[in-house]
Design a protein around this ligand. Structure first.
Ligand SMILES: *Cc1c(COP(=O)(O)O)cnc(C)c1O
Length: 385
């Protein structure tokens, strides 16, 4: 029995699930996994609850065949924390999905665990990735865990801390003059030359599957009563798309009503292609010129998942919002002083975004809102604006 199938997110063309490091051959859009288990609607919730914490407890909804072991470093199973002071100040019940405790300090670990697992079982000899930060660090760790070499292409202005962390996990780090798009071209050329598996965002369908488990964990923690809204710091969009996919699959299984949760994307004022497209009512996001923000995770001028993100915002009744770098840093600092949680700058962006959404009336008194802290403050060492 096939555990899952893969189809294009735009034209629905079916693809062979393995090995899969390509976009749709028909139309070039990203491909996504589909699970037949969704059709027989078995109630897995009790089974999951009795397994050890961590993202692989949801294995029936992950790309793992019976008998296969995941490549895991203990990712997932992160807390959903009440934020009493922020909640009181905003008049909205704010919960923090705290991803900073993942093995390499960010939610990127979930995606890499799923994607590296699948690729290794399908015979990938080595890995390559263009990255400006946490994804490269996560790949370095998971590739090493799987016993495969990883090559990470980063812009040559990448902070030393990131470069050092990639190397600490044994990756071959290549500095490229220019931007992340230049790194992408070099990574693709390297993959073609060496046979390395290219794990670029949404080039393969399984990093999304790992990110999806954040949504499943939130639902499980809330006893399958979906929050009114989630606010997400949006770069390449895998977390936003993955969380929406979790909600959609839980609705398909009849565990929640659909569409039950509004999705809000927060981007930086200096790089907001998705918010701009949302405001204009477009289905696709044009590349952002001269992208600049201190939040590296949000410095993604052009994303392969643009159509999927815009669909999630629209289908859920959510919205996009931008915040300044200054507002992100201030909000991150306030959260530390008020509620004792030290979030990364992208987490600060989410808090500042939620404050703005309350001012705009998008988040209403008494609602339950999940805010994502995607990375650990220690990944930065300091804030710069
Ligand atoms: C990658 C990253 C983001 C952006 O996530 P996407 O899912 O690509 O939109 C946000 N925050 C941090 C800390 C990141 O590393």
């Amino acid at each position: 029995m096939t555990a899952w199938t893969v189809a294009c997110s735009a034209c629905e063309r079916r693809a062979d699930p393995a090995p899969l490091d390509a976009l749709c051959q028909e139309c070039g859009a990203p491909q996504l996994a589909r699970y037949p288990v969704l059709e027989n609607a078995a109630d897995l919730r009790e089974v999951w609850r009795n397994r050890p914490a961590g993202m692989w407890r949801y294995r029936e909804l992950l790309p793992l065949r019976p008998g296969e072991e995941p490549v895991s470093l203990g990712e997932g199973g992160t807390p959903l924390l009440e934020l009493p002071r922020l909640s009181e100040r905003l008049g909205v019940r704010c919960l923090l999905k705290e991803e900073g405790g993942n093995p390499t300090g960010s939610f990127k670990d979930r995606g890499m665990s799923a994607a590296v697992t699948r690729a290794v079982h399908d015979g990938a000899p080595s890995f390559v990735l263009p990255s400006a930060g946490n994804a490269g660090v996560a790949l370095a760790a998971y590739a090493t865990r799987a016993g495969r070499p990883a090559t990470v292409f980063v812009p040559d202005d990448t902070p030393d801390a990131v470069a050092a962390r990639c190397q600490a996990y044994g990756a071959d780090l290549r500095m490229v003059p220019g931007l992340i798009s230049d790194c992408g071209r070099q990574a693709a050329a390297f993959a073609a030359e060496t046979g390395a598996f290219d794990l670029s965002t949404l080039r393969e369908p399984y990093r999304i599957e790992g990110k999806k488990t954040m949504g499943l964990e939130i639902l499980e923690a809330l006893d399958w009563r979906p929050p009114d809204a989630v606010v997400y710091p949006t770069g390449g969009g895998t977390g936003l798309i993955g969380t929406w996919k979790a909600l959609t699959e839980a609705a398909a299984l009849g565990w929640i009503e659909a569409p039950a949760t509004r999705m809000y994307a927060v981007q930086a004022e200096g790089c907001a292609p998705v918010v701009r497209a949302w405001v204009a009512g477009d289905d696709r996001a044009a590349p952002w010129r001269d992208a600049h923000t201190a939040a590296w995770g949000l410095r993604v001028p052009s994303a392969r998942g643009d159509a999927l993100m815009l669909h999630a915002l629209r289908a859920s009744g959510g919205a996009g919002v931008t915040v300044s770098d200054e507002a992100m840093c201030e909000a991150a600092g306030r959260l530390g002083r008020e509620d004792g949680t030290a979030v990364g700058i992208e987490g600060g962006a989410v808090v500042a975004g939620a404050e703005e959404l309350v001012r705009r009336g998008d988040l209403r008194s008494g609602e339950t809102v999940v805010l994502f802290n995607t990375g650990n403050l220690a990944n930065y060492g300091w804030y710069t604006t």
